[in-house]
Design a protein around this ligand. Structure first.
Ligand SMILES: Nc1ncnc2c1ncn2[C@@H]1O[C@H](COP(=O)(O)OP(=O)(O)OP(=O)(O)O)[C@@H](O)[C@H]1O
Ligand SMILES: [Mg+2]
Length: 276
């Protein structure tokens, strides 16, 4: 489907989030991580989420993954094909099993679903090739670099063939070069799959490179500050789209939404703004 056809096609809703709040009860008292957040995520879209540290991004993702329950509000997911897992998560921190090889890690979800070994190995090998780790398929995580381990996590999430991919700063700990390479790989795999994807990042560049829309969250407690459409054409090449004037324009727009929220979060955490 071309970009134009994608834009014109009616977009069914995949996830509907209505007035969701989450309060954690801690020894120091209640902590409202998310307050009254409403959002719709469309089938097959790539939604990026940016927001100051501690604004509730991970909490929202964990609610969507079913790992946490909201205190109030409704989350409904249109789970069309129930033979496929609903969601797979790539976590903020590295989450590969050290005692499994790369292939076993990538095939883990399929094994849990009792897919036979031959089929799961061939699916795993397909994604291992996509992420450029064929030579390391039989290696263990301790033999890999940090970036390679993150690639294994991404391949595992795709191999699981979920309806929704949830990614929490998967490239956050990587150096810039590896991050750009992985963004390109992710774009390639995702553009071929058209899965609904939600991707948290601290990088506006990254959100613009990957997303169809960017959700900007407010400072703690988090809710929707703005939603920005990213009308950059696909397929995207990381290096090319960064040169486009629209990229710069969107960067500035998102930063303008984000700046005041980041300052609020800093003040709440005890940072003092110096006089200009
Ligand atoms: N299990 C928990 N118990 C108590 N408070 C929590 C818990 N999980 C998160 N919080 C609080 O909820 C708020 C949101 O946390 P969350 O991890 O969702 O933020 P975040 O936006 O992902 O931040 P970062 O960008 O630093 O990853 C924070 O104030 C945090 O301290
Ligand atoms: Mg987080």
């Amino acid at each position: 489907m071309t970009t134009l056809e994608r834009d014109r096609a009616p977009r069914p809703v995949k996830i509907s989030i209505e007035n969701v709040s989450k309060v954690f009860h801690t020894r120091a008292g209640p902590v409202t991580a998310i307050r009254d957040l409403s959002l719709v995520v469309y089938e097959g879209e790539f939604l990026c989420i940016v927001g100051p540290s501690g604004c509730g991004k991970t909490t929202l993702l964990r609610i969507l993954a079913g790992l946490e329950r909201q205190t109030s509000g409704v989350v409904s997911v249109n789970s069309g094909d129930d033979t496929r897992p609903l969601s797979s998560v790539v976590f903020q921190e590295q989450s590969v099993f050290p005692w499994f090889t790369v292939r076993e890690n990538v095939a883990y979800g399929l094994r849990m679903r009792h897919v036979n070994k031959k089929l799961r190995d061939s699916i795993a090998d397909y994604y291992i090739k996509k992420i450029g780790l064929t030579a390391f398929a039989d290696s263990y995580p301790h033999q890999l670099s940090g970036g390679m381990k993150q690639r294994v996590s991404v391949a595992r999430a795709f191999a699981n063939d979920p309806q929704i991919l949830l990614m929490d700063e998967p490239f956050g700990a990587l150096d810039e070069q590896n991050r750009v390479l992985l963004q390109q790989e992710l774009l390639k795999i995702w553009e071929g799959s058209q899965k609904t994807a939600i991707f948290i990042t601290h990088s506006i560049d990254e959100a613009l490179t990957l997303g169809d829309r960017v959700l900007v969250m407010t400072a703690h407690p988090g809710t929707v500050k703005a939603i920005v459409d990213i009308n950059l054409p696909r397929p995207r090449r990381v290096t090319e789209i960064r040169r486009s004037p629209l990229f710069l324009e969107l960067f500035t727009k998102i930063w303008e939404y984000l700046e005041s929220e980041v300052l609020k979060a800093r003040e709440a955490n005890g940072f003092v703004q110096e006089a200009q």
